[in-house]
Design a protein around this ligand. Structure first.
Ligand SMILES: [Zn+2]
Length: 140
């Protein structure tokens, strides 16, 4: 009998226990590390609505690896598909997983970044809307 076929000494579950080098029945899968932990919004903290889809944002803590420094990030809460399904893009609002610049050392700084970005994007949309409308008016 080869080592690979040796049944688990604890539960006789051959393949899986040998493959993982632990007894599945008595030693279930180790708890995976959660990179993201949702935090409650501190009292008195204002977060702008998502400037892309207007959903409520959420505050999360991100830790890349166990023992590493925690970062805070404000993220859009809309994770459902918008429009055409694209498995590669992952779906959801573009700010559901915002870019690296949104990751900050403290909640206060993450909220500040989110709010400033939201206000800037809302202003940009208004300005561009105005430009677009003017072009249309001139062409008429
Ligand atoms: Zn959004």
């Amino acid at each position: 009998m080869s080592d690979a076929k040796r049944p688990c000494a604890e539960c006789n579950n051959v393949a899986h226990c040998d493959m993982l080098e632990r007894c599945i029945k008595n030693d279930p899968a180790p708890k995976t590390f959660d990179n993201y932990t949702r935090l409650s919004t501190p009292e008195g903290t204002h977060t702008e609505a998502c400037p892309v889809c207007y959903a409520d944002p959420e505050i999360w803590q991100y830790i890349a690896k166990p023992g590493e420094v925690a970062q805070k990030v404000v993220m859009c809460s809309h994770g459902d598909e918008i429009g055409p399904h694209d498995a590669l893009a992952g779906g959801g609002c573009p700010l559901y997983m915002p870019p690296q610049s949104f990751y900050r050392p403290t909640i206060r700084e993450a909220v500040k970044h989110w709010n400033e970005y939201a206000k800037a994007l809302n202003k940009l949309r208004r300005d561009n809307g105005w430009q677009r409308a003017r072009v249309l008016r001139n062409e008429a």
